[in-house]
Design a protein around this ligand. Structure first.
Ligand code: ADP
Ligand code: MG
Length: 436
């Protein structure tokens, strides 16, 4: 129990409402097969009698409501069965959200609603410290909603990990097909904004501006498509819950008009939010237990997960894609950065002058050696001043810069012409490490 395993095939008999927890290291692969009964992985049903591969660095729970037999094959770091889980409380939340979707849906088909809010579906925001199971709870709620044929919108505000796009972005997408148990979240035409850093403190003003842009875009989409409006949102947040991080959470609740706040694993955050939200009775705030299965990941693991996520972008989840390499002349592209960067020290300024820095100014970036290994976003903007309000087409990796011939070499997931020559840089970097 609880030990690493790499022996031959092994079988687990799961009682009802229990789960098999498996932690896969970088020494994958590990394969899973449902031999009897029924089971789900963060809300996505396991297909019967089919070997499924768990990608490296994933920690998963294979949960059963009614009992199941699970077979594992391959290498893992930890595997054990747990019969104490918060799943019943989570599914109760799902049931309440579901009822609200039903009522929003039936109200929206009436002709002249007298109150807009009666056809607004649940907009759920999941908050809590790092490693409290936020992303996993979002997956559960999205999968359960999707299996009931709703099209919930997933909003990912966690720039540290990035489940919809890559790290450094905030993004949203409707989820319309149930997820693959061990794959990414299948998202349809995501709206992606590039923030460019993996920490919100790097440029909190920009983070706010982008949240606002995203919220407005979704509001427009919801007003055109009542099925999205009725299904509502599931909003994932970052684990920064004090100081400025807390302020940003309040902003998110506000900007996205969240009406359900789920607080995972922290009493203090719950009571702070409850006090602050007292004046807004239309917002329900619910405290939920963190699952004992949530795996703590240190800075190093977080960094590896980030790199792995970017690797997936170029090479595919199952390592089934090959990125394209091409080079361009410096003059063929325009690189920008958002924010003035480090402000001038007061001593460098004329006496009496305030250090001026504009965190949302769009600044031209010259191609310098520090761009090597940077991830650049390809903006759909036509002009630099539209950068902040424009969706992102994709990402380029700067693999080489030759200053003699003034050529820059990129890795791109797609062949052919770039959809735009307007690129955005931040502090996000990656290296094509053979493992990740
Ligand atoms: P957060 O988003 O709050 O940082 P996550 O949902 O990403 O937390 O969970 C942290 C890690 O724990 C992830 O690797 C996730 O897959 C894993 N995990 C979450 N719940 C379970 C569980 N019940 N059993 C095993 N692993 C879990
Ligand atoms: Mg998370």
């Amino acid at each position: 129990d609880g030990a690493a395993a790499s022996a031959s095939t092994r079988q687990f008999l799961l009682e009802k409402e229990s789960e098999l927890r498996v932690e896969v290291g970088s020494e994958a692969p590990l394969r899973v097969r449902l031999a009897a009964g029924s089971a789900e992985v963060f809300g996505a049903e396991l297909p019967p009698e089919k070997w499924m591969t768990v990608p490296p660095l994933q920690n998963v729970a294979i949960f059963t409501w009614r009992g199941a037999t699970i077979v594992l094959d391959g290498t893992s770091e930890v595997e054990y069965v747990a019969d104490e889980t918060p799943m019943v409380s989570y599914v109760n939340v799902h049931a309440i959200l579901d009822a609200r979707r039903v009522s929003a849906n039936s109200n929206s088909s009436q002709f002249w609603p007298t109150n807009y809010f009666i056809f607004q579906g649940p907009r759920t925001i999941v908050v809590g410290p790092a490693d409290s199971g936020k992303t996993s709870l979002c997956r559960l709620l999205l999968n359960w909603a999707c299996r009931r044929s709703w099209k919930p919108t997933f909003v990912d505000l966690d720039i540290g990990q990035g489940s919809i796009s890559i790290p450094g972005c905030i993004a949203a997408s409707s989820v319309e097909t149930p997820m693959d148990s061990f794959g990414g979240i299948p998202t349809e035409m995501p709206v992606v904004y590039f923030y460019g850093h993996t920490s919100a403190s790097a440029n909190a003003e920009l983070y706010k501006v982008l949240m606002k842009e995203l919220a407005q875009t979704l509001e427009r989409r919801f007003s055109c498509f009542s099925e999205y409006e009725a299904a509502g949102m599931v909003i994932n947040t970052m684990g920064w819950v004090d100081g400025l991080g807390y302020e940003l959470l309040l902003q998110a609740i506000n900007l996205f008009n969240a009406n359900v706040v789920l607080v995972l694993g922290q009493e203090k955050l719950f009571s702070m939010l409850r006090d602050v939200l007292k004046s807004k009775p239309h917002i329900d705030i619910v405290k939920l237990h963190k699952s004992g299965g949530v795996v703590h990941r240190d800075q190093n693991v977080h960094q590896n997960c980030r790199s792995y996520r970017i690797r997936e972008y170029y090479h595919g989840i199952k390592n089934n894609l090959s990125p394209y390499s091409f080079s361009m002349n410096f003059g063929e592209i325009n690189v920008y950065r958002i924010g003035d960067g480090p402000q001038a020290p007061p001593s460098a300024l004329p006496i009496g002058a305030e250090p001026a820095s504009d965190p949302t100014r769009v600044v031209v970036v010259n191609i310098m050696p520090d761009l090597i290994h940077a991830i650049l976003a390809i903006s759909f903007a036509k002009e630099p001043d539209q950068i902040m309000s424009s969706n992102i087409a994709g990402f380029l990796f700067v693999s080489e810069i030759d200053f003699d011939s003034k050529r820059i070499t990129f890795l791109s997931p797609c062949p052919g012409e770039l959809p735009s020559k307007l690129l955005i840089s931040g502090s996000l970097k990656w290296s094509e490490n053979p493992k990740f």
